[in-house]
Write a protein that binds this ligand. Structure first.
Ligand code: G6P
Length: 610
């Protein structure tokens, strides 16, 4: 994972690099560091922990220079520590790197035999020593970087190199993970992610696989994997440098939960025309592709995978289309059988999750009708590589636990379901009815957020627990999975979700008065069955917390807490609406437990390693 930013500029680049790091911190926050060339000499500062720790160190020990590189780390090889923090150096060369070098041990042995001394436990350090080795022989930094790249195995090793031998230019290389050049007025930048560049420029050049770029103050030269100089198109980013202010909120997750009505409004805007979903919402070529679609295969990771699981119920029921859903990390190593005219759908908040990208690339070789990316980030790798794109427009999401990205994905998948159902002849009246239900979502979410106070109070019942069980049925089963994921990732309480019907096939053995059981119980045709499952929990002394439809009659007794939703909702709206209280529950439990809930331990928001 890790975030990279570098700049060759006219003035001191340190403040720009630090702002870039703050915007990249979602990629990892174990340690942070930067290196600049000051008076012809390489200077470096690194700190364990967050970017703020580096900022505080800089305040006491200012570093300035007209060119520099910076990095925020998510540890792979070597524990989080200052010595393992990037940039890594060898003589006057500094390297920041994102990825994994699989043959680092062999290279390390060779370098040690050549007399190089290693200061860290990282795989990255072999890169910088190999560049040093080649620079001594080739006398040219770009050539030294290219030779080093030729020796690396692993496929994910994008990097930026700074050297006092060539102080006015950086060398950037894209191997596996994105590298984007930003063309500024007073100097040029390079980063792992557009977000780090936007405060300075929106004019971008994306490196292609194997490219090596020489990024100087006044010019950028790009060479392909064969060493030929090439031109890459200059694009103007559609993204804005969204405000990352917390406003009145204590945490980004809280802010993002409360932004959901506005995010959903944006997701729906201009996509509904006269009670119907416009095909063009999925791109100019969508109409003919969607007309031929006979089945859907969804692939994603984490929370995005849960959105896919919800969509399967809806695609089958409303559009009567077969739908398979896979975890991207599993899909890429399977041998999927692809029925004719199947649409491949990749769902990703970031558009950079390495397994989802690899799955998309594998799918392109497997004879799908077409590929569609449902994604929150314009100009991400996923949107650039898929045939069709649907942007969820949730706005920048900073909290590691995904909230508004998930609910806007659900809205996007509902729009896809409706368009596909139209091709299968659901009729204009039914479409109009479903579209009306879709249009009600922002207002209904607004009402669900009114449960905030009651859930904050309920959270006390969870704060000292070690385990929790979440139950749902039908399309509410993946909602229960998402509720359990939210709770475990930010409160560190072990939480599992089960389809309520599976309870007696195992998890019932765990139920006792110390294991809270959370159930989502809309008033649908599965309610009677869910009710019996809940009785099974009560009979074993389990404490039940039920998020229920206002009309559902549940006997409130000592062991059962009922939280009634503010409004009755339609079955198609249920997954999205019942997600909101589970997000709030996880949030308030984490607040009580005092965790670092926007940046929970060991996790990162965008997972760019396998
Ligand atoms: C990480 C994040 C999750 C996210 C998952 C998939 O695990 O912490 O919030 O759901 O990656 O990310 P994507 O960007 O592909 O949706």
């Amino acid at each position: 994972m890790c975030g990279i930013v570098g700049m060759a500029g006219g003035q001191n680049v340190t403040p720009i690099l630090m702002e870039g790091l703050r915007r990249l911190e979602y990629r990892g926050y174990d340690s942070a560091g930067l290196a600049v060339i000051n008076g012809g000499r390489l200077q470096r500062l690194r700190r364990m922990g967050k970017v703020q720790a580096l900022q505080e160190a800089l305040n006491g020990n200012p570093l300035s220079g007209a060119s520099g590189v910076a990095h925020t780390r998510w540890a792979t090889h070597g524990k989080p520590s200052e010595i393992n923090a990037h940039p890594h150096t060898s003589g006057g060369i500094a390297v920041v790197h994102n990825g994994i070098i699989e043959n680092h041990e062999a290279l390390r042995e060779q370098l040690e035999a050549d007399g190089y001394r290693f200061a860290s436990e990282t795989d990255t350090e072999v890169i910088v020593h190999r560049i040093n080795y080649h620079l001594a022989r080739a006398g040219d930094l770009r050539l030294a970087v290219s030779r080093t790249i030729g020796e690396l195995e692993g496929g994910y090793a994008s990097m930026v190199v700074l050297s006092d031998a060539q102080p006015d230019a950086l060398i950037a290389a894209r191997i596996g993970t994105p590298v984007v050049v930003g063309l500024g007025g007073d100097g040029n930048l390079v980063a792992s992610d557009v977000a780090a560049l936007l405060p300075v420029t929106s004019r971008l050049q994306f490196l292609e696989e194997g490219d090596v770029a020489v990024v100087g103050r006044d010019s950028v030269r790009i060479f392909d994997a064969g060493g030929r100089e090439v031109q890459r198109p200059v694009r103007v980013s559609e993204q804005t440098a969204d405000s990352v202010d917390l406003g009145r909120h204590r945490h980004y997750m809280e802010k993002e939960i409360h932004e959901q009505p506005a995010a959903l409004t944006r997701a729906l805007a201009n996509r509904i025309e006269d009670g119907a979903i416009a095909d063009s919402a999925f791109g100019p070529e969508a109409r003919s592709i969607l007309a031929q679609t006979a089945g859907v295969h969804i692939v994603a990771c984490g929370t995005s995978y849960h959105a896919g699981l919800v969509a399967r119920y809806q695609l089958e029921e409303v559009a009567r289309l077969p739908c398979a859903v896979d975890l991207a990390s599993e899909y890429r190593y399977r041998s999927p059988v692809v029925p004719e005219n199947t649409l491949f759908v990749a769902i990703s908040q970031s558009g950079e999750t390495v397994d989802t990208l690899a799955a998309l690339r594998a799918a392109k070789e497997l004879g799908y009708l077409a590929t569609l990316a449902i994604c929150n980030v314009a100009e991400s790798s996923l949107t650039r590589e898929a045939d069709l794109t649907f942007l969820t427009r949730a706005g920048i999401e900073i909290g590691v636990a995904s909230t508004k990205a998930f609910t806007t994905q659900l809205a996007a998948l509902l729009m896809l379901t409706i368009v596909l159902a139209r091709q299968r002849g659901i009729g204009a009246d039914t479409e109009r009815q479903i579209v009306n239900h879709l249009a009600e979502l922002p207002g209904l979410v607004e009402q669900s957020l009114l449960l905030d106070g009651a859930i904050a109070e309920l959270a006390h019942e969870f704060a000292d627990k070690h385990h929790a069980l979440f139950l749902g049925r039908g399309a509410l089963n993946p909602v229960a999975m998402e509720g359990a994921l939210k709770l475990k990732e930010i409160s560190y309480i072990h939480a599992e979700a089960y389809a309520a019907g599976e309870l007696k096939h195992g998890p019932l053995a765990l139920v006792d008065d110390d294991m809270p059981v959370v159930a989502v119980a809309p008033n649908n045709e599965l309610l009677a069955k869910l009710r019996s499952n809940l009785q099974e929990v009560r009979a074993r002394g389990g404490r039940l917390f039920v998020f229920a439809d206002p009309a559902v009659e549940f006997g409130d007794d000592d062991g059962v807490r009922i939280l009634r939703m503010p409004a009755h909702v339609q079955p198609i709206q249920e997954p999205l609406l019942y997600t909101v209280p589970l997000q709030l529950l996880a949030y308030h439990v984490a607040v009580l437990r005092g965790t670092d809930l926007d940046q929970p331990r060991n996790l990162a928001k965008t997972v760019t390693v396998e």
